[in-house]
Design a binder for this molecule. Sequence first.
Ligand code: IMP
Length: 202
Amino acid sequence: MKLVLATHNNGKIIEMQHALANISVDLITLNDFPHIGEIPETGKTLLENAFIKAEAVYSETGIPALADDTGLEIDALNGEPGVFSARYAGESASYQENCTKVLSKLDGVRMEKRTAKFRTVIAFVGKDEKFHCEGYVNGLIVSKKTGENGFGYDPIFYYPKLKKTFAELKKDEKNSISHRGKALRNFSKILEKQRNHKNVKI
Ligand code: IMP
């Protein structure tokens, strides 16, 4: 029983493998299918993009696929970068460039107004089944990158309860509170239910 994680992003892969370690499936990733390149995210929403990626990978591989689409939604920027999080500073922008653009747009904004949310939508596409689930976490955007762990916007996303940015958290800590960790726990629950009640072939 195999499940392919529809991503080449090693930051996501590490978190997903960790969060899904308790479900009895063989996890493989797009790194096992080098001929499948980046899948264009042409959707207008996280939900559309998640299904675009899961459908594409299921149809290429014939293996049930799980795709994650994630956005950082900053209140003071009217929800930006949102669905454009990967390419906020340009088509092939680096994590560094995207963080720098966010920080410069928030220049002068007081800390209490720098509220933000990470949101993840997970789409699953299998032989007889399609479903999606979500997870989110609230935080603040700090004014200076802090921490070395994680990836993407983690060094500027501060989680007040732990008084740390996501890039200062260990993998387990981030998974236990993060948008992706929550979405993946929801995914595991739904999958178990589907397997028990509908005999999903995965
Ligand atoms: P994607 O479109 O879901 O691949 O992700 C959009 C962008 O959001 C990525 O390029 C990352 O920069 C960022 N991102 C996704 N997940 C996370 C996360 O867990 N922490 C920080 N940044 C993330």
